[in-house]
Design a protein around this ligand. Structure first.
Ligand SMILES: Cc1cc2nc3c(=O)[nH]c(=O)nc-3n(C[C@H](O)[C@H](O)[C@H](O)COP(=O)(O)OP(=O)(O)OC[C@H]3O[C@@H](n4cnc5c(N)ncnc54)[C@H](O)[C@@H]3O)c2cc1C
Length: 490
C-alpha cells in the first residue's frame, strides 16, 4: 500500500536514531566507520533530497554533497556559486542562472509549485507521431511513482477532470472540495476541456521548499549526512568499471575524497553533464558515459509565450489558472510540436494567455566544456550551444497566432493585447535515458552506460520534455531509481 508522506518523512528522518538496519556498515552516525558511504548523492535539489530520504529509509548510510550553502547566520559570508558561471555560444541565450539555484535545496527555493504529469503518448513520441524519440519507460511504469511524488510534494488539486488531464490512479493528497468551473473557451473553434492546475502547497500559498522540512528530516537521521559548501570536481574510477570516489573542494579550498558503493549525479541539467565531461580518464577520454558523444546533447526547454489583456465586461470567469492540452494532438498530427495553453484569470481582473511549447531535443543543442575558461578550482566552465530548430520556429509561429486569436476573443474591444516572451525554468536533456549507449547516457534504470555504480537523476535524463512542468516527473523518476538502488545495494 502506498505510504503517506508523513510516514515516509517520519521513517526516513524524524524517527531514526537507531542502528542502520540493512546497511553494510551498521553505522548510526552519519559517516560510516571506514569513510565509505553506501550512497553518495551530488546535489540537494528535488532529485537529490528525495533520493536521500528514500535511501536512509531503506537503511543506507547516505551523504549528499551540495555546492551551495545553508542559510547563513549574519556575519558569515562566501559561497561557491561563483564557480557556476556558464557561457552561451548558440543563437539563443537561455538564462541558465535564472533557472536554478546553487544553494541547499536547489531550485526548490524558487519554484512555483505547479505539479503536473506527462501524458502517456509523451513517452512514445516516435511510435505515435513518427518524430523525436520514445522513452525507454512508459507512463504506466511511472504511474505509482507519480502518486507517491504528489504525496511528497503535498499536491493540492481538484478532482481530476477526465479527458483534460492524464488519467490518474490516485486523487491528489490535498483535494480541493469546491467544484471547478471549467471556462469552456473555444480554441480555433474547438470546444476545449480545461483542468485547474494542481500546486504543491505547504501551508497557505507556499510550495514545498526542501530546506524547511525535508533536508532537516534527512540530516536528523543517523544515516544521513549533508555536506554543504562542497563542490564535486571529479568522479573517479580506478578500474574503468566502477566509481571509487569523488573529489571534492570546500569553500576554503580544502580537498577531500568521498568513497561510496554507489554514486548519483543529481546536479541539474547543465552541471550533471559538466561533471560527466570533466571526469575523463584513460578509460573514458571524452568523459564518463561519453563513448558515443552523447553527454551534454539534446538540451531542450519550454519557451514561454504570453499575451496579456483586459477581459470583456460580459465575462465572469473564476480567478484561477486554467490549463488545456486540447490542441496537442492536432499540432502533433500537423507535424508541429505540442503546446499546452494556460489562461490565467488574475485578481486584478486582467487576463493572460500563456503557451508553453516543447522544443525539439536536437543533437546540436548541447552543453560542452569551455576550452579557455575555468572556475576558481581550474575546472572548465560549461558552454551552452542552443538555437531553435526549423520545427521549433514553425511551432512558435503557430502558437503566437493562436494566442493572439484567443486573446482577441476574450479581450474588451479596443484594448491592447501585449505580447511578452520569456523562458520557463524547465531545462531538460544532456544525459538522456535511452535503450543503448549509441543514443543516450543512462539506461532505463538511470545507470550511466559502461559503469556499474554511477547514476544520474533529474530532468537531464528526460528524452523529451512534453508539455508538463518537470518537477513531478523528476521526483517520480527519482523514487523509481530509489527502488532500483534498494535492490542493487540491499
Ligand atoms: C523560478 C522557477 C520556477 C519554477 N517553477 C516550477 C513549477 O511551478 N513547477 C515545476 O514542475 N517546476 C518548476 N521549476 C523547475 C524546478 O525547480 C526544477 O525542475 C527542479 O528544482 C529540479 O530539481 P533538481 O534536483 O533536478 O535540480 P536542482 O534543483 O537544480 O538541484 C541541483 C543541485 O545540485 C547542486 N550542484 C550542482 N553542481 C554541483 C557540484 N559540482 N557539486 C555539488 N553540488 C552541485 C546545485 O547547487 C543544486 O543545489 C521552476 C524553477 C524555477 C527556477
Amino acid at each position: 500500500m502506498a505510504r503517506t508522506r508523513r510516514e515516509f518523512l517520519i521513517d526516513s528522518g524524524l524517527a531514526i536514531g537507531a542502528a542502520a538496519v540493512g546497511s553494510s556498515f551498521g553505522a548510526c552516525s552519519g559517516r560510516a566507520a571506514d569513510g565509505r558511504y553506501d550512497l553518495c548523492i551530488i546535489g540537494s535539489g528535488f532529485a537529490g533530497t528525495f533520493l536521500g530520504l528514500s535511501a536512509i529509509e531503506m537503511g543506507f548510510v547516505t551523504v549528499i554533497l551540495e555546492a551551495g550553502s545553508k542559510p547563513r547566520r549574519e556575519g558569515t559570508a562566501g559561497t561557491l556559486s561563483d564557480s557556476f558561471e556558464f557561457r552561451s555560444t548558440g543563437g539563443l541565450r537561455y538564462p541558465v542562472n535564472g533557472t536554478r539555484a546553487i544553494t541547499v535545496g536547489g531550485a526548490s527555493v524558487h519554484w512555483g509549485g505547479v505539479t503536473t504529469r506527462l501524458w502517456p503518448e509523451e513517452f512514445r513520441m516516435r511510435s505515435t507521431y513518427g518524430r523525436m524519440v520514445d522513452w525507454p519507460i512508459s507512463h504506466q511504469d511511472l504511474e505509482p511513482y507519480y502518486c507517491r511524488s504528489e504525496q511528497l510534494l503535498l499536491a493540492k488539486g481538484h478532482a481530476p477532470v477526465p479527458g483534460a488531464e492524464p488519467a490518474r490512479a490516485c486523487g491528489y493528497p490535498n483535494e480541493k472540495n469546491e467544484p471547478y468551473e471549467d471556462p469552456r473557451v473555444a480554441i480555433e473553434g474547438k470546444e476545449t476541456a480545461y483542468f485547474p492546475l494542481a500546486h504543491s502547497r505547504r501551508g497557505g500559498n507556499f510550495a514545498v521548499r526542501l530546506a524547511d522540512e525535508e533536508i532537516p528530516a534527512f540530516e536528523v537521521a543517523g544515516r544521513g549526512t549533508l555536506l554543504a559548501d562542497r563542490q564535486v570536481i571529479d568522479i573517479v574510477t580506478l578500474d574503468g568499471k566502477t566509481i571509487d570516489h569523488v573529489a571534492v573542494r570546500g569553500l576554503d579550498g580544502s580537498s577531500e575524497s568521498i568513497h561510496a558503493r554507489a554514486f548519483v549525479v543529481a546536479a541539474g541539467v547543465v552541471e550533471s553533464a559538466r561533471l560527466l565531461l570533466i571526469s575523463h580518464s584513460s578509460w573514458f577520454p571524452e568523459g564518463l558515459g561519453n563513448r558515443h558523444a552523447q553527454v551534454g546533447r539534446y538540451f531542450n526547454v519550454h519557451p514561454s509565450l504570453q499575451t496579456s489583456f483586459e477581459f470583456r465586461s460580459d465575462l465572469a470567469l473564476a480567478k484561477a489558472h486554467h490549463r488545456t492540452c486540447s490542441l496537442n494532438d492536432d499540432y502533433r498530427l500537423e507535424g508541429l510540436n505540442a503546446c499546452q495553453y494556460q489562461l490565467d484569470v488574475l485578481a486584478s481582473g486582467g487576463g493572460r494567455w500563456k503557451a508553453q511549447p516543447e522544443t525539439e531535443p536536437a543533437y546540436e543543442n548541447h552543453v560542452t566544456l569551455s576550452s579557455t575558461e575555468t572556475d576558481r578550482f581550474g575546472v572548465p566552465l560549461p558552454e551552452l550551444n542552443f538555437d531553435y530548430t526549423d520545427l521549433d520556429r514553425r511551432t512558435l509561429e503557430r502558437n503566437y497566432a493562436t494566442l493572439e486569436a484567443l486573446s482577441r476573443e476574450l479581450a474588451a474591444p479596443g484594448t491592447e493585447i501585449a505580447r511578452n516572451d520569456r523562458w520557463r525554468a524547465h531545462p531538460a536533456g544532456t544525459c538522456r535515458m535511452s535503450e543503448s549507449e549509441q543514443t543516450g547516457v543512462v539506461d532505463r534504470h538511470n545507470r550511466v552506460f559502461g559503469l556499474d555504480n554511477l547514476y544520474v537523476s533529474g530532468a537531464s535524463t528526460f528524452p523529451t520534455s512534453g508539455t508538463a512542468n518537470p518537477t513531478n516527473t523528476v521526483v517520480a523518476m527519482t523514487l523509481r531509481l530509489a527502488d532500483h538502488l534498494g535492490n542493487q545495494l540491499g
